[in-house]
Structures are given as C-alpha cells and as structure tokens.
Design a protein around this ligand. Structure first.
Ligand SMILES: NC(=O)c1ccc[n+]([C@@H]2O[C@H](COP(=O)([O-])OP(=O)(O)OC[C@H]3O[C@@H](n4cnc5c(N)ncnc54)[C@H](OP(=O)(O)O)[C@@H]3O)[C@@H](O)[C@H]2O)c1
Length: 276
C-alpha cells in the first residue's frame, strides 16, 4: 500500500457524503467506504477511481441498522488496517413512521446515533493518538429538545421529527463528551451541521417536505463545505468537541452542553450493545 493517510466514511453513496468522499480522494487519502448496497459501493468506487487512481479504495459492506453487520465490518477493517486518520461518520436517515431494526431497536436511534458511536468505539484502537486524528459526526441544526430517556425509541407515540432531532442532539452531545474524555489522547472530535441540503434524506417524507427540500435546500457540494473545512484544517486551528456550521464553531442549546446527561446517554447506548 502507498504511504497516504487513510480516511473512513459512511453515507457516501449519496448526498453530502458523496461530495466529502470525492474531496478525500482528490486530497490523496486512501478511503474505506462503507455502505449497505454492493452495487452502490461499486458505482461509487469506480467514480472515485476516476478522480484519483493513485489512492487505495476499500469497499466494506455494512448495514448500520444491524449491530452484527457493524461489528463484522469493523473486524474486517481491523484485520486490514493499522491506522485510520480521519473518520467521517455521516450516514443518516429520517423516517416518517416507526421502523424496528433486526436488533429490535427503533431505526433512527440505531442508524443515526448508536451506529456511529459503536463504530468509533470498535475502531478507536487503530486511530493514531498523534494530535492529528479526527472523528467527524454529521449532526444537524435540528437538535433542539431533550433526550427522551423515559421512551428513547418513541415507542409510545412515534414522531419521526422528534426521533431525528433527538438522534442529532445525542451526536453533538457525545461529540463534546468524547472530546472531554479523550483530552491528551491525541484524537479530536467534531460535529457538523451541513445546512439544509437537497439530498435523498427526505425520501420517505410526503411530497410537501420533499418539495421544500428541493426548492430551498442548497446543493450537496455546498452542503459538504463544513466537512471539507474540518478535513483540510489542522487540528490546532480547530476546537475539539465543538459543533460546526458554515465552517465556524456555533453555539447550540443550553441543554446540549450538559455533560452529565451526555454520560447517561453514553451508558444507555452501551446497554443497547450489551443486550444485543
Ligand atoms: N440534507 C440535509 O438537509 C441535512 C441537514 C442536516 C443534517 N443532515 C445529515 O447529513 C447526513 C447525510 O445525509 P444526506 O442529506 O446526504 O442524505 P442522503 O442523500 O439520504 O444520504 C444518506 C446516506 O446514509 C446512508 N445510509 C442510510 N441508512 C443506512 C444504513 N442503514 N446503513 C448504511 N448506510 C445508510 C445512505 O445509504 P444508501 O445510499 O444505501 O441509502 C446514504 O449514503 C445525514 O446524517 C443527515 O442526517 C442532512
């Protein structure tokens, strides 16, 4: 293998992640692309090779709605790689009805929040502790509200909006929490709001929401700019633990800074893993 740095990305088969993956290969990173469709991974890999044929691309099948699939994917990555310099944990969905995964967990909670945390946890042993490694989570400006600990899967009364918002709030809280836990480990953590972007995210929404995204959403190229800023900047010029929008550190709700709640959330997610 060449001596290039290695990046891992989820959710690159469409939307914002697609542009971020293009950027990573254009910058000379070897890229591990994770996706749930073999065909989409093949098409993406061919496209990325056409941008830069001098990087190594690895396609790893991984369905984030299955803890078993995540664990198998991470095992195979650890067998092949000794280091991952940048992780872009970007995949996400927005459901408009209650869907349970194979693990019997509400899908938004599992794919948007549990999956990226499990993936980081499984792979952290191969993240170099060198002050340059970055873990980037795709959060959202829709992060208001609270973590609904009494019914974190919204089983009693499902709201796709609340489930989505909670998953993104959880991600930005755990970004801060991980950063505080990891002081002096040499790994930096960032969460990102890409803005309102015209992508496939609202695919299961009604026609009205889809039309709003189409009419008012920015292009995926513009939506990827904050991720690109974080990838291209030195960690010393960034603020680990912070939430970035428009390529700047941005304030979030006062609730989101409560690290006791973040710790309870971390423990809750750990319990899901233990029970599966
Ligand atoms: N668009 C916006 O306005 C907006 C705003 C704020 C935050 N975000 C966040 O940005 C991120 C990227 O979304 P996007 O807007 O680019 O939407 P998108 O075009 O729908 O892309 C979502 C990506 O996630 C992948 N994914 C979904 N479920 C998966 C699963 N079970 N296993 C593996 N991969 C899965 C999709 O794979 P497939 O191709 O296989 O479906 C796709 O690559 C998401 O986290 C989203 O919440 C978006």
């Amino acid at each position: 293998m060449n001596n290039n740095k290695t990046a891992l990305i989820t959710g690159a088969t469409s939307g914002i992640g697609f542009v971020v993956a293009e950027h990573l290969v254009s910058k000379g990173y070897n890229v591990i692309i994770l996706g749930r469709s073999r065909q989409k991974l093949d098409t993406l890999s061919q496209h990325l090779t056409s941008i830069n044929s001098n990087v190594k691309l690895d396609k790893v099948l991984c369905d984030l709605s299955s803890l078993d699939s995540i664990k198998k994917a991470c095992e195979s990555i650890k067998e092949t790689y000794t280091s991952i310099d940048i992780m872009v944990l970007n995949a996400g969905l927005w459901n408009f009805q209650f869907i349970e995964t194979v693990d019997k967990i509400e899908e938004t909670l599992q794919v948007n929040l549990l999956a990226p945390i499990v993936m980081f946890n499984e792979l952290k042993v191969i993240i170099p502790k060198n002050q340059e490694s970055k873990v980037i989570f795709t959060s959202s400006g829709l992060h208001q509200g609270i973590i609904n600990f009494s019914d974190i899967e919204f089983r009693q009364k499902f709201s796709g909006f609340k489930a989505y918002r909670q998953s993104k709030l959880g991600l930005l809280m755990l970004t801060q929490w991980l950063s505080k836990q990891s002081i002096n480990t040499g790994i930096s953590f960032y969460s990102v709001h890409p803005g309102m972007v015209n992508t496939q995210l609202g695919r299961s929404a009604g026609w009205l929401s889809r039309t709003i995204f189409k009419l008012f959403g920015k292009s995926k190229e513009k939506g990827a700019q904050t991720h690109i800023h974080l990838i291209d900047s030195n960690c010393s010029d960034l603020e680990s633990g912070s939430y970035y929008a428009n390529s700047k550190v941005t304030k979030t709700t006062s609730y989101s800074y409560d690290m006791k709640t973040a710790e309870i959330l971390w423990n809750t997610l750990e319990e899901y893993v233990r029970n599966n």
